[in-house]
Design a binder for this molecule. Sequence first.
Ligand SMILES: Nc1ncnc2c1ncn2[C@@H]1O[C@H](COP(=O)(O)OP(=O)(O)OP(=O)(O)O)[C@@H](O)[C@H]1O
Ligand SMILES: [Mg+2]
Length: 153
Amino acid sequence: MKRSTGGVAVEGRHIIKNFRIGNTPTKVLKDISLQVMQGEFVSIMGPSGSGKSTLLYILGGLDTPTSGHVLLNGTDISGFGDEKMSRIRRQKIGFVFQFYNLIPNLNVEENIMLPLLLDGKKMGGYQKQLEQILEIVGLSDRRRHTPRELSGG
Ligand SMILES: Nc1ncnc2c1ncn2[C@@H]1O[C@H](COP(=O)(O)OP(=O)(O)OP(=O)(O)O)[C@@H](O)[C@H]1O
Ligand SMILES: [Mg+2]
């Protein structure tokens, strides 16, 4: 599915990922290169164990490749240390996990705003963006509800 509006948002260059379980090395990602454009929707498909999650973790800066490069908005993040990566994850990347990963005692608004709050920003400055996000996910009417008061999906 494609809907491109701008430049390259995320790029992987020759990504290789090997795992080692005991003495057995497993080659999971064998030279993956891809570009995801701004505004583009991409799905990664493949059988269980083919490396989809591994690739997503690497592209999202949660894991590092054995070799190869990841570029976010043109910046190569491959050599970044923990501190720089934490900032990238707070400011540049959002993950929606299969098993929610929501903070149970924060309401919907606060969960959405969490990366900004961790980044030392005030919620007040982002009211417009918050409204847009609530609108997109259809939770404008439930903004003060906590995760356990919402349905799973
Ligand atoms: N931390 C790890 N240590 C060792 N092997 C791993 C690790 N993470 C993943 N693997 C192996 O890498 C391969 C790919 O796993 P991955 O979770 O990326 O697959 P997937 O395509 O997301 O599968 P699924 O559709 O089941 O979610 C599997 O063989 C898995 O056993
Ligand atoms: Mg997976």
